[in-house]
Write a new protein. Structure first.
Ligand code: HEC
Length: 479
């Protein structure tokens, strides 16, 4: 694991930092090779190079112009100052990508390293020649993804959340760079009985045995993720345009832009059912996980999908009955959108009565992704504390809660489990089928959780990359 940077920056805050903390070969060379040298090299054949004579591939040429690197004075060095200009500055380095118009900013950690290196004397060992390297895309399994997750978690840890359960409050958070907000409800830690008894009407064998589970505290999103929220992630170029009107920390943008984003959908994903205030649907578990990673980078809070146990614990909200209002299925219309009152489509989120902990649409409207692999026998072997049945294959995964599409009331019971299926993307017009969309699952959405305890980078990597679709080798290559 390489995470020393933040520690290192903290130690530099003290003026007595004795030894040179930044090493050219280890810290600076990769930044220049990944981000600068492909344009700032002597060949000048690359079409994107543009009009520059600055050659950053050797010590001699890098120091040729007196204003590029002024040893001991980063604020006078263009190598540093051009990288910390505002998003819309013409001289910002690296410049906007000419093809996609995307910003390719250095992260705050990277600019701080460059600054410190210059202020410490800008030592560049003799004879070291830099060569341009392609920036690695942060896909699951890549070193770039582990590096990205490490940076996101470092950023989350830099702004402390509450240290214990007593400090957990409900909150509304605006997604930086947008006018869109979401609500989070604190869920106290505790013990509950997961599953349903054999005599519950509609009970299925995969809900047995009822077993005690201990859950650690977390926040859960009050409603399911809406199109308003999800489309910021789905259409990154529009999101970039929107945020140019807001003042945003460029370092945040660099992290969020590095998260892999969905490809453009080939069909209109709301299927005419409405967007503003309506639940986002038809995303794969992988897409939901990447939304969580993106939102974490954007907000500085750690978000992920709930485990199946967290989902049921929060849905029950202290109740032990078939539904969170009791056992009387006839009251369903007060609490749920389901097959018999939904008018054959999803409905706006948050319009029915909430459960006792203030969560809306936990049952009905859209079924919700969890993090778990579906195993009908898992309850017999479930760990007692914070269980999570980690995925080893792409299907089936667990979704919970029943939907607008379910006529049968018992499918909206709080213990009911639903297994995902490859048929959920049977109509996908793309070949190979997209890793982002379950075009046929128009009843499927998700909501996010934020555990009180921020995970390690390795744990976060596991959550955010748990749903990669590997069923068809061509699929994982397609993205
Ligand atoms: C896509 C190509 C490209 C990339 C990548 C790029 N630059 Fe540049 N850079 C240019 C061009 C073109 C100019 C000249 C533009 C101008 O002066 O307006 C320039 C100018 C500069 C200058 C000013 C030179 C001077 O003295 O006027 C500095 C310093 C610089 N770049 C540093 C960097 C650094 C540091 C990076 C990496 C973090 C970087 N550039 C990445 C294309 C690039």
């Amino acid at each position: 694991m390489k995470t020393p940077t933040l520690l290192l920056l903290a130690s530099l805050a003290t003026p007595l930092a004795a030894m040179a903390a930044v090493d050219f070969e280890k810290d600076i060379k990769p930044i220049l090779e990944n981000n600068c040298v492909r344009c700032h090299n002597p060949k000048g054949t690359e079409f994107e190079k543009g009009d520059t004579d600055l050659n950053l591939s050797t010590k001699e040429t890098a120091f040729e112009s007196k204003s590029t690197i002024v040893a001991g004075n980063a604020e006078k060095s263009k190598l540093y100052t051009t990288t910390v200009l505002p998003d819309d500055a013409k001289k910002l380095m690296p410049p906007r990508n000419k093809v996609t118009n995307a910003l390719e900013r250095l992260t705050k950690e990277e600019t701080e390293l460059v600054k410190t290196w210059i202020n410490e004397g800008a030592t560049w060992p003799d004879g070291l020649t830099l060569t341009a390297r392609k920036k690695e895309v942060a896909t699951a399994g890549s070193a770039a993804e582990m590096d990205l997750v490490t940076k996101i978690i470092a950023q989350i840890n830099a702004s402390a959340g509450p240290s214990d359960e007593k400090g957990m409050q409900a909150y509304n958070n605006t997604i930086p760079g947008s006018d869109i907000s979401y609500d989070m409800v604190p869920i106290p830690g505790g013990k509950f009985k997961m599953g349903s008894p054999d005599n519950e009407p509609g009970h299925k064998p995969d809900e047995s045995p009822v077993h005690d589970v201990q859950i650690s505290p977390f926040w859960m999103e009050k409603c399911t993720v809406t199109w308003n929220e999800f489309e910021l992630f789905m259409y990154p170029n529009e999101e970039k345009k929107a945020r140019e009107t807001k003042k945003l920390d460029p370092a945040l943008n660099a992290l969020t832009d590095a998260v892999t984003h969905p490809t453009q959908p080939y069909v209109e994903m709301s299927f005419g059912m409405g967007k503003d205030g309506y639940p986002a649907i038809s995303m794969t578990q992988h897409a939901a996980n990447k939304y969580c990673e993106w939102l974490s980078a954007k907000t500085g809070h750690f978000y992920r999908l709930p485990t199946e146990a967290e989902w049921e614990y929060a849905a029950r909200a202290g109740t032990t009955t078939a539904y969170y209002w009791g056992d009387d299925a006839s009251q369903i219309g007060d609490y749920c959108w389901y097959g018999k009152n939904s008018d054959f489509k999803y409905q706006k989120v948050g319009k029915k009565k909430p459960n006792p902990w203030g969560l809306y649409d936990m049952l009905g409207n859209v079924i919700q992704w969890t993090l778990d692999q579906y195993d009908p026998n898992f309850y017999a072997k479930s760990p007692a504390v914070d269980p999570w049945n980690k995925s080893t294959k792409p299907y089936p995964q667990v979704a919970r809660g029943g939907s607008w599409d379910d006529d049968d009331v018992v499918k909206l019971r709080v213990a009911n489990r639903r297994a995902s299926d490859s048929s959920w993307k049977i109509q996908d017009p793309q070949l190979p089928k997209s890793v982002w969309y379950h075009t046929d699952a128009q009843f499927l959405g998700f909501r996010i959780v934020r555990p009180l305890k921020v995970p390690t980078p390795e744990e976060a990597y596991g959550y955010w990359n748990s749903g990669v679709e590997k069923d068809n080798p061509a699929l994982s290559k397609a993205e």
